[in-house]
Ligand binder design. Structure first.
Ligand code: ZN
Length: 230
């Protein structure tokens, strides 16, 4: 159901004031309570295409800014499009320290494009991040990465048509001007696929090596202690 603004109280209609989102501040999927709502009279007078509403996160009390398209103005009853744009998106988390230095720098920028809803800038940065990762993997790195991505497509059950632009961004060697245009849905898939790829290629290996090093250290320690006490 579309959102409606009406009268002095602002939001009206069934469930119009109910909203749950992942909070960009605390990361909790929380209920959002309307905090500042534009007046219907003012909207009717100025007929803007978009309006901004401020909600408050019920979990951490931070303000959350949303932009809605105005669908219809009928007197003082304003109907807003159900879909909205989050002006601040939750930050994507990733164990960056396991990535090669260049990949880390570029992938951080990729994620900040994504958080800013700049999905085509995000795609360009994904290609650059992936290219440095293939280099870091050495001979046959790109092929290995391609195989990992194919496995991910299979696990996630994504059809070939949906997956084609993701593959084009990561693996096609044509120039940046030939990158496919990305919408929010495709960018979301690209994000998860690239995170999975980096996890498989760098994070998994790094974590395993680190864990084994710790195990070896304790084995050597206890062997040394035994020798001391003998
Ligand atoms: Zn919050």
């Amino acid at each position: 159901m579309a959102k409606q603004l009406q009268g002095a109280s602002g939001l009206a209609g069934d469930g119009s004031d109910h909203l749950a989102l992942e909070c960009p501040y605390c990361g909790v999927y929380a209920n959002m309570t309307p905090l500042a709502v534009p007046s219907p009279e003012r909207i009717a007078e100025t007929t803007p295409k978009y309006v901004g509403l401020v909600y408050q996160c019920d979990a951490c009390r931070a303000p959350v800014f949303l932009r809605f398209a105005v669908k219809e103005i009928a007197g003082d009853r304003i109907e807003l499009n159900r879909n909205f744009l989050e002006l601040e998106r939750p930050k994507e988390r990733f164990p960056f320290s396991y990535l090669p230095k260049d990949t880390e720098v570029l992938f951080r920028e990729a994620l900040s494009c994504y958080a800013g809803n700049n999905f085509n800038a995000f795609a360009s940065m994904c290609r650059r991040s992936a290219a440095t990762a293939f280099d870091a993997l050495g001979d046959g790195g790109k092929l290995r990465a391609f195989e990992e991505v194919m496995v991910a497509q299979d696990i996630a059950g994504i059809d070939d048509e949906t997956f084609a632009p993701i593959k084009a961004v990561l693996f096609e060697s044509a120039g940046e001007e030939d990158l496919p245009l990305m919408n929010r849905g495709q960018a979301g898939i690209l994000l998860e696929i690239l995170k999975d790829l980096f996890y498989q290629c760098f994070v998994r290996r790094g974590k395993l090596n680190r864990a084994l090093k710790v195990r070896r250290f304790f084995v050597e320690e206890s062997a040394a202690n035994l020798a001391d006490s003998a």
